[in-house]
Design a protein around this ligand. Structure first.
Ligand code: HPA
Length: 246
């Protein structure tokens, strides 16, 4: 049986529509999760919800305990995760308020604890990561978007940067030359840790600004927050549609 969790990002510290049944603290060998895990129901489907930046939002992307979060969800029986994140748009079809279901990523982060395999291992496991996101979950998101008339971009390459600062214009030019379409700070090591635990994992990204240098505008928190407010409702509707189809 599949058991789905939603990892919420900026602008999604709670999941509206979720009837809350319980909140659980899970002990992990890697320390504390960003917040207790909410157990709830949408219609008759049990869903777990974890806000990766904490609730309220206080944990920046480079300080998130990704290992604790993924481990705790795994221990709670989760085998599917839809991860929501806010991103900047790089290529021309990735304007503000677009929803993107990325199919590839490039990892530019550094210094993050990014594997469950360390120290004296009896077995070293090299996961296959050719396709970093679950195609089955991506298709569920794409199908739900078609059925509900929510416009999405059904593929793209996600550049994962270290943050918490935004990029320079030159860095964004380099990301574009590398083939990246969107830029955010949280899909790694989340995606590879999920793969290490054999969890199906896909991202649902909301573009909240043009990436640095893509317009004359300086990127302000006000721009980001306004686009988050405008777009998050669509993300919530999309997630509800995925759950209804399950
Ligand atoms: N860059 C990196 N992360 C982001 C951005 C951005 O422009 N916008 C939202 N998250």
């Amino acid at each position: 049986m599949t058991k789905l969790a939603i990892i919420g990002g900026s602008g999604l510290t709670q999941l509206p529509g979720l009837t809350i049944i319980d909140e659980i603290e899970v002990n992990t060998p890697w320390g504390k999760t960003s917040a207790p895990i909410t157990v709830g129901k949408i219609d008759d489907t049990e869903i777990l919800f974890l806000p990766r930046h904490g609730n309220p939002h206080t944990i920046p992307p480079h300080k998130i305990n990704y290992r604790a979060n993924l481990w705790a969800l795994h221990k709670s029986g989760i085998n599917e995760i839809i991860a929501v994140n806010a991103v900047g748009g790089i290529t021309s079809s990735m304007g503000p308020c677009r929803i993107v279901i990325a199919d590839q990523l490039i990892d530019y982060t550094h210094g993050r604890a990014d594997s469950f395999y360390e120290d004296d291992l009896e077995v070293v496991k090299h996961i296959d990561f050719t396709y970093p996101y679950s195609e089955a979950l991506r298709q569920l998101l794409i199908q739900a978007a078609v059925e509900t008339n929510i416009e999405i971009v059904s593929k793209g390459t996600y550049a994962v940067t270290q943050g918490p600062r935004l990029e320079t214009a030159a860095e964004v030019s380099r990301l574009e030359k590398d083939g990246c379409d969107i830029v955010g700070m949280t899909s790694m090591p989340e995606a590879s840790l999920a793969r290490e635990l054999d969890i199906e994992y896909a991202c649902c990204s909301l573009v909240v600004n043009w990436a640095a240098g893509k317009t004359d505008e300086i990127i302000t928190m006000e721009i980001i927050e306004n686009n988050l407010k405008d777009g998050m409702g669509k993300i919530q509707n999309l997630i509800s549609a995925v759950i209804n189809n399950k």
